[in-house]
Design a protein around this ligand. Structure first.
Ligand code: PEP
Ligand code: MN
Length: 340
């Protein structure tokens, strides 16, 4: 399937800047849509908040002149009407909006009957249900063409990214809504130019349907998100690598995968059987603790268990953070079971 490629500046800064970037992108046939922010959600007040309607006017004129289509973020119902008035048929809900069902509802009301296509960025917080909910609300409002955009999640520990990718959350969305195309926004996940390519290529390996990438004619001078925007040349190089990654050769690959997948299936079954046995033991322990009037949670025992398992995991070459998280989950469930 052909990939959807959306590219363009974080924000419209002037007619010249928009024209420069449009001139280059219009010569790249792989680019499906040009993105350009007109209303910018700033985390703190005082920054550049977008040029608003005059920028839409330029987009209207340049769309006709260069034969391109633009999309931009809408954060209020009025934005939808202004976009429509200026010939923009595709808009996106930003991460802060997707996290706010009241605002999604108001925007859906404005979108009713508009025929517009809508891109839905993941919510800022790592909650797949808010993302699903925004898409469901759009569907209820009759929006037919909906695409999800994975732009990462705001976390206390962002693991070196601007927004932690948490790939399992978009995977959950794809599982729940397999018919909704999924794009990756490596610019807002990475937050820096160097990270854009590895993230985009990871999305390619995960079979995403395309990319939304920030491209600026002169990234060093950008008014917003300067450190993550690519120059047109850098974008060209990225696109080459992204689009020329060979598609998987289905037959031969699946033949080699089958025996390995069979082993994975067997191991998963064993893991679950062992977990069930572990929980059954927890229940027996709970009964004894009750008779002894002994507390369910015993911090010294838990510290010993954790230290022992982390040592074993390290000897086996397993990642420490992963092991700790998994053990905490199992222990949490064991405590829940013991509390009855
Ligand atoms: C953007 O695309 O420029 C933007 C502000 O996105 P997000 O909502 O993902 O932060
Ligand atoms: Mn941006």
């Amino acid at each position: 399937m052909a990939k959807t490629i959306i590219a363009g500046p974080c924000s419209v800064e002037s007619r010249e800047q928009l024209r420069d970037v449009t001139a280059v992108l219009s010569r790249m046939p792989q680019v499906t849509l040009i993105r350009a922010g007109v209303w910018k959600p700033r985390t703190r007040p005082g920054g550049f908040e977008g040029l608003g309607e005059p920028a839409l006017q330029w987009m209207h004129e340049l769309a006709l002149e260069y034969g391109v289509r633009y999309c931009c973020e809408v954060a209020r119902p009025e934005h939808v009407e202004l976009c429509q008035r200026h010939g923009i048929d595709t808009v996106w809900l930003g991460a802060r909006t997707t996290a706010n069902p009241f605002m999604v509802e108001e925007i859906c009301e404005a979108l009713k009957g508009s025929g517009m296509s809508v891109l839905v960025k993941n919510p800022v917080c790592p909650d797949a249900r808010l993302w699903l909910g925004a898409i469901e609300r759009l569907r209820q409002a009759g929006v037919a063409n909906i695409t999800a955009v994975h732009r990462g999640f705001s976390m206390y520990n962002n693991q070196g990214y601007r927004n932690a990718p948490l790939w399992e959350i978009p995977m959950e969305l794809r599982h729940e809504m397999p018919d909704v195309p999924m794009l990756c926004d490596p610019s807002h996940i990475g937050g820096s130019r160097e990270l854009v390519e590895p993230i985009a290529l990871a999305a390619r390996l995960l079979d995403y349907d395309g990319l939304m990438v920030e491209v600026h004619p002169h990234p060093a001078d950008a008014w917003t998100d300067g450190s993550q925007q690519l120059s047109p040349d850098e974008f060209n190089t990225l696109l080459d690598k992204y689009l020329n990654t060979p598609a998987p050769a289905d037959d031969s690959l699946s033949q080699r995968l089958t025996p390995l997948r069979q082993q994975i299936d067997d191991i998963d079954h064993s893991l679950l059987t062992l977990l069930a046995r572990r929980m059954a033991l927890s229940r027996q322990i709970a009964d004894i603790k009750r008779e002894l009037h002994s507390p369910v949670y015993q911090s010294a025992r838990w510290a010993d268990v954790l230290a022992d398992r982390l040592q074993l995991a390290s000897d086996l070459g397993l990642d420490t953070d992963f092991t700790r998280e998994m053990l905490e989950k199992i222990h949490g469930e064991s405590v829940r079971v013991q509390l009855g």
